[in-house]
Design a protein around this ligand. Sequence first.
Ligand code: 9MR
Length: 377
Amino acid sequence: MKRETPHPSRFASHLLPQGEKAWSRRTVLASSLALPLAACDRFASAEPSPPNVPPLKSVSPAPFGTAIKAEQIDNPDWVALARANVSQLTPEWEMKMEYILADGLDQPRFDRSDRIAAFAQAQGMAMHGHTLIWYAQGKEAFAGLSGAAFDRAFDGYIAAVAGRYRGKVRSWDVVNEPILDDGSGMRDCHWSARYGHDGYSLRAFEQARAADPDAILFLNEYNQESVPAKGVQFLKLVERLLKAGCPLQGLGLQSHLWIDIPPGVIAAYLREISQFGLPIHVSELDCTLRTEDRLDLRGQAERMTAQSARVTELAAAFAALPQAQRFAFTTWGLRDADSWYRQGEKDDGKDKPLPFDSFGRPNPMAAALAAGFKTRA
Ligand code: 9MR
């Protein structure tokens, strides 16, 4: 199937500045006064009023989570929305090597992940760690290391990070995104150069198991459901790792969906992958309305109808899993303006990839989630 729409690596958002502001109500109002045309487009009174949706955590058949950035803790609107709707948090980027190792291997920075962990604990929310080993990160920090020194740094990083949050996180994405976008094989990276394609995952899972024996350890990937070759590759990888004795315990389906995924494909993949019997985490759900690389005359309303259909399908397929396999259901942010799709130059101000709008009012996507959870397809 041809991939028409953006996927995580297309926007390379890890290259974007990290200081994005969470949009407070005041910011949104100010910008809508300054940009009346854009405001009309986004908030016109002709827009249907927001749907009435129960708190998402009250209808979700598993813990309902969101990604969090430490700065959002200072935003009372965001905190209120999160308290009402979520019971689990995943740090969006501040628990990755890009932040923890920004000052080098010898000076790990834990201030922000500590803050998020303390917030989660104070709010009675669970926390999912994201992510220990990712092809996209750590190259600079590990540059110049080889042989036993590389091994010590690799093992030491996992021991330090997973060890620090032992008892504070419920689970970890131990390895993130090991498979090539077209599903033709595994990605080459600085980890695979030293340990081999499966070797770095095996080592990472073993180290994580030793550092935190109680956390549930996940392999996390995107587009398994939507790019058939990648879906197959993911299944094969899971099988190989399990056969090799890897302490892999859960499967992360990021679920960065797009609106033209053919009906039925998402549900079919969830059924297929559930056959391992492992817990499944819908770990980063969003659904962009963008359809790049082709002429698309559909208006916003039509796109949102398509979005709702895909999201309901995912939620229903998740709800239909055996209870023990419903690990958690996480959206990659709560409000549209907080989404990684809405940062940087590519932002057209119109995308609505998340369950709430910039005022924290439910989008049709929130209603689509609630409907799907109820359906249990
Ligand atoms: O949304 C995240 C963005 O804020 C970060 O800059 C970026 C790099 O750390 O990562 C984004 O989250 C990605 C996630 O960690 C892995 N799957 C794809 C997500 C979207 O790119």
